[in-house]
Ligand binder design. Structure first.
Ligand code: FRU
Length: 492
């Protein structure tokens, strides 16, 4: 069948140096480019891909469209680091020039096999604006960092019967002598599923079937993207990005959402026995996360700090989005807790400010920078609503609020000149046990805030696009609040 053409389906090899330089220059002075979050120099990035600690270094690949803030021909961009903090941008890792990836090198994951890093990814194929298919492909990175596409790609051609062309985002893992590949998929009745292939060598794959998860997702869920599977503190966990969930109480207010499911995976019977599941992050801009194992067997997570189908204020500068910071996951009392990876402490410049204060009303903290980390311990004696306002000025502010009566924490990003995504609401919220002590850790990097509450029990990942003067911090409370406050400037 003839392939679909549109200008946005071209690769970086078709661009002149001059065109790329123009793109680079366009946003070089952007006040909203993060400093220590992985972000594009130009173009749009989305999902983290192929995450690994390999040969003594961390590798992060991610979806990248070079030619502006839109979703077009996706490449795999690449960066590496020895400490998860200082990153080196590397040449683009996968450029989709082959027939088996004619409309983009879509998301996927990596696995070390025989001393090499196997990068599994989806070759997106489009026949028209609506009709598509998918191939599962392999590229291999050796210990010197050379990346070569496997000569007999695709590994898996097309999609199994019973599913539409929406089959993608391979996650490959090994159990015993067998390799398994989980893929996000759409059944022909247009509902979402996870399917599984198996292999004895990571190269030759056979279709095993659909994973039967006893999770009552509504029929409105039309696709499951980016499935991830791992073991965490003795339990099996699936993290997946369903499309089509509808808002439900405090949950699923973004256009696309992410859930984690705890239970027991049985690869013989292809069943996943669910114990519990819930939304992973409560912020506005969080999608398609992926995890990997660190050198000390830590479980690290990166996510796309962005959301599809929304225009972002940086679109006019021809760049969009960033990744989250790396987080370490742990299972505590049946919940997945997320905390910033320990090595992020390397960002602290040493100018630590510690204060103890009593707040009744509003107290502004002396502060100027737009890259900092904040730890707040609220000792709440008499107040029923209290919290902190970030990116604060006379006219702007991101408001985190704890409501003791309702036992709810909420985040409101209404008060900015550069509004975006407001059609999906301006408040996100979560139930939280609010007792006498509430702990908040915030990392701010110009246009992104990651907010970790009570050691990562509730996390909000949120982009905001403030005016230059909006970098204040205000603590507020309607009763008497003791607040211990620690602030670190973070390095440029
Ligand atoms: C998720 C996703 C994946 C796909 C990729 C394309 O954000 O839609 O399912 O592989 O992005 O960029």
């Amino acid at each position: 069948m003839e392939r679909y053409t549109e200008p946005k389906y071209r690769t970086i090899y078709e661009a002149t140096e001059e065109e790329l330089e123009q793109l680079r220059l366009k946003s070089i002075h952007s006040k909203w480019k993060p400093n220590f979050h992985i972000h594009p120099q130009y173009g749009l990035i989305n999902d983290p891909n192929g995450l690994a600690y390999f040969n003594g270094e961390y590798h992060v690949f991610y979806q990248w469209y070079p030619f502006g803030a839109m979703h077009g021909m996706k490449h795999w961009a690449h960066a590496k680091s020895k400490d998860l903090v200082n990153w080196e941008r590397l040449p683009v890792a996968i450029v989709p020039v082959e027939d088996y990836e004619s409309h983009g090198a879509y998301s996927g994951a990596s696995l070390e096999i025989d001393g090499k890093l196997y990068l599994y990814y989806t070759g997106n194929i489009k026949y028209s604006a609506e009709e598509r298919s998918a191939n599962q492909n392999l590229a291999i990175m050796d210990r010197d960092g050379n990346i070569t596409k496997y000569e007999n790609n695709p590994l898996i051609e097309g999609v199994p019967s019973g599913f539409t062309g929406h089959v993608r985002d391979p996650k490959v893992f090994q159990k015993g002598d067998t390799y398994y590949m989980m893929l996000g998929a759409q059944r022909t009745d247009l509902t979402g599923a996870i399917i599984v292939y198996e292999s004895s060598n990571g190269i030759d794959w056979s279709f095993k079937g659909e994973l039967n998860i006893n999770l009552e997702l509504p029929d409105s869920v039309y696709m499951l993207e980016c499935p991830d599977y791992f073991e965490l503190d003795g339990k099996d966990v699936i993290v997946v990005s369903p499309q089509g969930l509808k808002p439900d109480g405090h949950d699923y207010h973004n256009l696309y959402n992410v859930i984690y499911v705890i239970g027991k995976l049985n690869l013989e019977t292809l069943t996943f026995d669910v114990e519990t599941y819930q939304e992973l992050d409560k912020g506005f801009d969080f999608y398609a996360p992926q995890t990997f194992t660190g050198p000390n067997n830590e479980r690290f997570l990166y996510a796309w700090a962005g959301m599809g189908e929304i225009d972002y204020p940086t679109d006019k500068e021809d760049w969009a989005h960033c990744l989250s910071l790396p987080r370490e996951l742990n299972l505590v009392n049946g919940k997945v807790l997320q905390k910033p990876a320990d090595s992020l402490k390397l960002l602290r410049k040493g100018q630590k400010v510690k204060e103890l204060m009593t707040v009744e009303g509003v107290k502004e903290i002396d502060h100027e920078s737009s890259q900092y980390e904040l730890e707040l311990d609220f000792q709440n004696k008499t107040s029923s609503t209290f919290g902190v306002e970030l990116f604060a000025s006379d006219t702007e502010g991101l408001v985190l609020q704890f409501n003791k009566e309702k036992q709810v924490v909420s985040l409101n990003r209404e008060k900015f000149d550069a509004v975006f995504g407001e059609e999906f609401g301006i408040i996100r919220s979560a139930e939280l046990e609010i007792g006498d002590i509430t702990k908040v850790q915030v990392i701010v990097d110009r246009s992104i805030a990651e907010i970790f509450i009570n050691d990562g029990e509730v996390v909000f990942t949120t982009r905001v696009f403030p005016k230059s003067e909006s970098n204040g911090i205000k603590i507020y409370s309607d009763g008497k609040l003791e607040c211990s406050f620690t602030k670190y400037e973070l390095s440029e």
